[in-house]
Design a protein around this ligand. Structure first.
Ligand SMILES: [Fe+2]
Length: 289
């Protein structure tokens, strides 16, 4: 209504006098600001990439400090993601989980070798210091800024379902799901790896212990999901076996063919001619390994 009112309408439709020089200057300033924004965005992206690369090296350094834990963080990340997919986590949730799993033990950088690599049993005081790695890791990642969402899973990856873990003694669903996932795959990888103080355990034995701990140490939902992940892996391995059998069969067929052609050199020559170059190559490799 006021827009069509006489005075206001007249004022609104009055030609606006703008200085062309000012417009040019404003346009130039806008372009400069836009250019600076793009540069800042690029610098920010570069900073994130370099920080991530540095953090990944640090995670590998943590594993490398102890020969027995080499590759541990990467394996935990891989298994945590498999478990997360089994639990239907979204793409964004999987990203957060993946970073948390990769950096879950980054706080061990702050633990002295005398404790981390001690071959004997740790004293109460040393255990207390060792437990600080969860909080310390959370602090390190928090300071990075852009991995903020991964911090809770790192901070609480040693909480136990029954509330007897650390650092906060959270129980059940109070524990962030990412932390519960990392806790169970971390335990599995640890059991499957030879450590200073014990040998690696077979998968079946390790899984039996994890299933026994469901509802006490481990989140039952995560343990069920881990069972399904391992069952799927076993099924995938079984599916791959017929291929191996087929390879064996073809070796057997090749042996029979070789024996046959040795007995009938004439037939062998014509057979070789009729074979495709690839099959001829395979037969030659078999005859003259
Ligand atoms: Fe840990």
């Amino acid at each position: 209504m006021p827009l069509v009112d006489g005075r206001i309408g007249h004022a609104a439709s009055a030609p606006l006098l703008v200085c062309p020089l000012c417009v040019q200057k404003l346009r130039k300033a806008a372009e400069t600001i836009q250019g600076q924004n793009v540069s800042l965005e690029r610098a920010n992206q570069l900073l994130r990439e370099r920080s991530m690369a540095a953090m990944e090296s640090l995670a590998a350094t943590v594993d490398a400090r102890d020969a027995y834990t080499a590759g541990h963080s990467r394996r935990v990340q891989r298994h945590a993601l498999a478990l997360g997919r089994q639990l239907d986590l979204s793409r964004a949730e999987l990203d957060v989980l993946g970073y948390a799993a990769l950096f879950h033990d980054i706080g061990k950088l702050a633990i002295p070798d005398a404790i981390l690599l001690k071959p004997g049993a740790l004293s109460d005081e040393e255990w207390k210091r060792m437990h600080e790695h969860a909080q310390e890791g959370a602090r390190i990642i928090e300071r990075l800024g852009f991995l903020h969402d991964s911090v809770p899973a790192i901070q609480h990856h040693h909480e136990r379902w029954d509330g007897s873990g650390y650092p906060a003694g959270l129980a059940g669903d109070e524990i962030p799901l990412g932390a519960r996932i990392i806790h169970v795959v971390d335990a599995l990888d640890s059991m499957l790896t030879t450590r200073l103080y014990r040998a690696a355990r077979p998968l079946d034995e390790a899984m039996l212990e994890i299933r026994t701990g469901a509802g006490a140490q481990f989140c039952p939902r995560c343990v069920d999901a881990l069972d399904r992940v391992l069952a799927a892996e076993r099924a995938a391995t079984r599916d791959a076996e017929p291929t191996a059998n087929a390879a064996e069969l073809s070796r057997e067929a090749m042996a029979r063919l070789h024996a046959h052609t040795r007995a009938q050199p004439e037939a062998a020559r014509s057979l070789r001619v009729s074979l495709s170059p690839l099959s001829q190559k395979s037969l030659n490799a078999f005859v003259e390994p």
